[in-house]
Unconditional design. Structure first.
Length: 122
């Protein structure tokens, strides 16, 4: 699957996605850090990449409709998370992804669950 990691993820997260066999790009590698949320969303839609982010703004389905893109995953971390917790959430996300598609959906990935906002598919 094709992913774009937002600027709040580093090399270790990139390596986890690559080790799982995914085509992944980062906003940092593309010089997109600091760009507007709208621009990032539009680029992901155009490139048909699923956005993976810590930015809760992307959970607003009225501003960023999941059905217009290849899906979005908002990783919800507790306050002051350790790197191990972040990696645990990423692995939970990838594990669930092996069972169902995120295409045209928004997933909110939390410590004990993944909430799925399914789009109204035509």
């Amino acid at each position: 699957m094709r992913f774009k990691l937002d600027e709040n993820f580093g090399k270790r997260t990139l390596n986890i996605f690559q080790a799982a066999g995914h085509d992944v790009q980062t906003t940092l590698d593309e010089g997109m850090q600091g760009c507007s949320d709208r621009h990032l969303y539009d680029v992901c839609c155009k490139e048909r990449r699923c956005l993976v982010t810590l930015d809760l703004d992307f959970s607003d389905v009225t501003r960023f409709p999941p059905e217009q893109g290849s899906g979005s995953a908002v990783i919800r971390v507790p306050r002051n998370p350790s790197l191990a917790v972040l990696e645990q959430l990423i692995r939970l996300f990838l594990q669930m992804l092996s069972r169902m598609t995120i295409d045209k959906n928004l997933w909110i990935v939390e410590i004990s669950r993944i909430r799925i906002h399914q789009s109204q598919k035509e």
